[in-house]
Design a protein. Structure first.
Lengths: 306, 238
């Protein structure tokens, strides 16, 4: 039982990360029907940017621990800056790689997205080299034990940050003007224009928010695993994409649910079957969902009235 | 009286297909203008061009003296040119209330939105009953009421209506035309597209007849109602 709970916690922590990345896939898909394959690489870039910002602040991978409010402040500064930078990069990607192809056949922007993905990977490899690089573990990491189950601060951080971001996003989407404009543009772009919504700006904001969340995920992934690598986003991206599809692509709540489920499935597979089988199981879920229930768990199936 | 909205020689293409072949028309202060014509004549394209959803390749569109030919759709709405489009285009996964709120999206005066919403509910009590229901679950008639109500939420300076009575029961058609006349009495000029040419011309002051992207006739509504060609082609008489 303790082992099960332990894996559940690991799964939730890992799933929170997938969920944060999945949100970007699902928001962008919802509004422009594009699977933004570069999104996973924006996530990795988020980790890289965090390392660079930490270096600027004089924090390196030497193992120095910065406790108390100073550590918290640095963490906050790093995550906010990385999110903003990733957001801007997302906006630039949309502006220069996708916007002109918005009304082109679906295959064209998809291929462009894969191109952008390779481009980002190439930039990261030239920047930090082709091997794993370590992410400074500058925060203390006390462990809390609850009857056989151990949670360390990092896991707690991942779970709390991802849940906070999701609650904030959900509130934003349903209660702010821009959030409503995003939902309206996702449902009917022309009708949204006729409401006076600037659809281009709205789409740019969607990329900004999705990419900023990937930046946050890049930070917590670095904190959680302690390393990153230029190809990291490829697999994390695919898994987050699976999460988005599982929840129902285009559906915000679905992406969160899907992320946590994928994380938990992964942890349980590793524990009870084998480490080697996690990818097989996760991507089997992707195939099964696509074949059996393409609209996903929470995908809405409203009849389109003519 | 001078024109509020004016199109001069407007040509619009979809790829290489020319949908509008040099349209000129005026809507003057306070009047209802009917735009009639058969399927594929270019009526919807005319409204989409005015709203900036498709671009005029040639010609000029002015509103209250300002050239809006190259303005963006959201700027055009902000100027007060508001359209209830063909097929209603309700936001299906949003509630009636949210749809109405979005109608007021471009307005600067946030405070009076609630009051305007009450006016819409007074006009269409059905919508008040369904305020928390998703747009996609409304009946066709309710969706049409919502589409018109949503357009009113923008406080239009001119209203463009694309087939507001399409697919509605005779009673509802009466209601809708009543509402159109009512909105116009408050001083809002209306450019009205209708399959139901007779009713449109009865409520309108003037009309234009569109055939394959060209205006083939224009005049007062009374003249058009009496015109032999119009009677044959659009009023189902021989
Ligand atoms: N998106 C489009 N792409 C290509 N051609 C189009 C497009 N939309 C309209 N057309 C063509 O432009 C012409 C005018 O269409 P439009 O929709 O303006 O007609 P309409 O007068 O509104 O007809 P209806 O009464 O059937 O609504 C038609 O020949 C139509 O096939
Ligand atoms: Mg039409």
């Amino acid at each position: 039982m303790a082992i099960f709970l332990q894996q559940l916690i690991n799964g939730i922590a890992q799933g929170g990360m997938y969920a944060l990345i999945a949100l970007g896939y699902t928001m962008v898909y919802g509004i422009v029907e594009l699977i933004n394959f570069a999104h996973g690489d924006v996530f990795t870039l988020g980790s890289f940017l965090c390392i660079a910002i930490l270096a600027l602040l004089g924090v390196s991978a030497s193992g120095q621990i910065i406790a108390g409010w100073q550590g918290a402040l640095i963490a906050l500064l790093v995550v906010v800056l990385a999110a903003l930078l990733c957001g801007v990069i997302g906006v630039l990607i949309e502006r220069f790689a996708y916007r002109r192809l918005r009304n082109a056949p679906r295959l064209a922007p998809l291929i462009t997205a894969i191109g952008v993905s390779f481009l980002l990977q190439g930039v990261m490899r030239n920047w930090k080299g082709p091997s794993e690089i370590s992410f400074p573990q500058f925060l203390p990491n006390p462990t809390f034990a609850f009857g056989g189950v151990h949670i360390d601060l990092r896991e707690l951080l991942v779970v709390i940050v991802s849940i906070l971001m999701m609650v904030a996003l959900q509130f934003f989407i349903y209660n702010t003007k821009l959030g409503k404009a995003m939902r309206a543009s996702a449902q009917d772009r022309d009708a949204a224009s006729l409401m006076g919504i600037n659809v281009n700006t709205t789409i740019a904001w969607t990329f900004f928010i999705g990419s900023a969340l990937a930046g946050v995920a890049g930070f917590i992934s670095g904190m959680y695993f302690g390393t990153t690598m230029f190809t990291n986003g490829y697999q994390a991206g695919l898994k987050a994409f699976t999460a988005a599809v599982l929840g129902g692509i285009g559906n915000i709540a679905g992406a969160m649910l899907g992320g946590f489920l994928i994380g938990i499935v992964e942890a349980m597979t590793a524990q009870y079957i084998s480490d080697q089988w996690t990818n097989v199981v996760v991507f089997s879920i992707l195939v099964l969902i696509l074949v059996l229930r393409p609209s996903g768990l929470l995908g809405e199936q409203l009849p389109e009235k003519v | 009286m001078s024109a509020v909205l004016s199109l001069v020689g407007v040509e619009t293409f979809y790829g290489r297909i020319q949908a509008l072949r040099g349209i000129s028309l005026d809507v003057r202060a306070g009047e209802i203008v009917a735009l009639i014509g058969g399927n594929g004549a270019g009526k919807t394209t005319t409204l989409r061009t005015i709203s900036g959803l498709v671009r005029a390749a040639h010609g000029r569109i002015t509103f209250a003296g300002d050239d809006i030919t190259h303005a963006m759709p959201d700027q055009i709405v902000r100027m007060g040119i508001v359209q209830a489009p063909e097929g209603r285009r309700i936001f299906q996964r949003m509630t009636v209330l949210e749809n109405l709120e979005l109608g007021a999206y471009a307005r600067a005066d946030g405070r009076s939105v609630r009051g305007d919403m009450d006016d819409v509910f007074a006009l269409f009590p059905r919508l008040a009953e369904r305020r928390s229901q998703k747009g996609g679950t409304l009946s066709g008639g309710e969706q049409q009421m919502l589409a018109i109500g949503r357009a009113l939420m923008a406080r239009p300076k001119i209203l463009l209506l694309d087939e507001p009575s399409l697919g509605l029961s005779p009673i509802l058609v009466e209601t809708i035309f009543h509402v159109i006349a009512d909105i116009n009495k408050r001083g809002v000029p209306i450019l009205l597209i209708e399959q139901n040419a007779r009713k449109a011309l009865q409520v309108a002051a003037r009309g234009y007849v569109l055939e394959t992207g060209t205006i083939v006739k224009e005049g007062t509504a009374a003249d058009l109602l009496a015109d032999d060609d119009v009677r044959k082609a659009y009023l189902g008489e021989d």
